[in-house]
Design a protein around this ligand. Structure first.
Ligand code: UDP
Length: 254
């Protein structure tokens, strides 16, 4: 039995609790790198509205700044493990930007990191994060798992399980899961739902296999959706059917 079915809401206020994974793309304009504050503000406005009715823990991506896998063993001058740590720090930079944007809108937030850096963020402690969520604070989770050679999708799966979120909402720049990369193949077929097994056997690339495998093990559903479509982020946070749902067969048929 999956997590979502074997418990009621973990929250004292009876709100839904979700983990929202925002890729680095969300922090910039299409095709650009770095941080574009207009893009961050747009994200923040949607999150702020939805957070009134939902407990939201946000797992921050960092690909707009750096992905460790860009640097392979063959790269000169920087080891791949070092580059992964740089990628983890990039997620914290994004977190600081989103935190200010959310607080400008009157939201209470906490930035917590898996790598200790007390000068800028709280260290991640599960019970403390839980308490922040219960108090209605938006929790921003930076530095991924704190370990190299994985991505923030895996961190999202880990955190969603720890915090007993009912779903992972993965905000991306495509509408959901396709049979192939829709930005390269115009004939790629869109899926409204998929079982974990179908996702894994088709070798699809929107989410890490490691993250999907972890979610499959615990029956944790994942919704992949396009955050750039007006209103989508709020709809996903409100539990509406946008994008693609990846879950077990029983849940998909209910
Ligand atoms: N990263 C890591 N360990 C983690 C999470 C992230 O080493 O637990 C590094 C990894 O190099 C990754 C980078 O941080 O490429 C940025 O994260 P990610 O690629 O997941 O960002 P996104 O694709 O969501 O923008």
């Amino acid at each position: 039995m999956g997590l979502a079915e074997n418990k009621t809401s973990p929250t004292k206020l009876g709100k839904r609790r979700v983990v929202l994974k925002i890729s680095g793309d969300g922090f910039t304009r299409p095709g650009e790198r770095g941080i574009v504050m207009d893009a961050v503000l747009q994200l923040a406005e949607q999150i702020a509205r939805a957070a009134q009715t939902t407990e939201v823990a946000i797992v921050l991506g960092g690909g707009n700044i750096l992905r460790g896998a860009q640097f392979t063993a063959a790269s000169r001058g920087i080891r791949e493990a070092t580059a992964h740590y740089m990628g983890m720090l990039a997620t914290v930079i994004n977190g600081l930007a989103l935190q200010d944007a959310l607080e400008d809108l009157g939201c209470e937030t906490r930035l917590m990191t898996a790598i200790r850096m007390e000068g800028v963020a709280e260290p991640y402690i599960r019970r403390r994060a839980w308490r922040h969520l219960e108090k209605g604070r938006i929790v921003l989770l930076g530095a991924g798992t704190g370990r190299p050679f994985v991505t923030t999708d895996t961190a999202a799966a880990q955190w969603a399980l720890e915090l007993e979120a009912e779903i992972i909402l993965k905000a991306t720049r495509v509408d959901g899961v396709y049979s192939d990369d829709p930005e390269r193949n115009p004939h790629a077929v869109f899926f409204t739902s998929l079982t974990y097994e179908e996702y894994l056997s088709r070798n699809l690339g929107v989410l890490d296999r490691e993250a999907v495998t972890k979610c499959m093990q615990y029956g944790l559903p994942i919704r992949v959706f396009n955050f750039r479509r007006e209103g989508n982020l709020e709809r996903a946070l409100a539990g509406e059917k946008v994008g693609t749902l990846i879950a077990d067969a029983a849940r998909l048929s209910s």
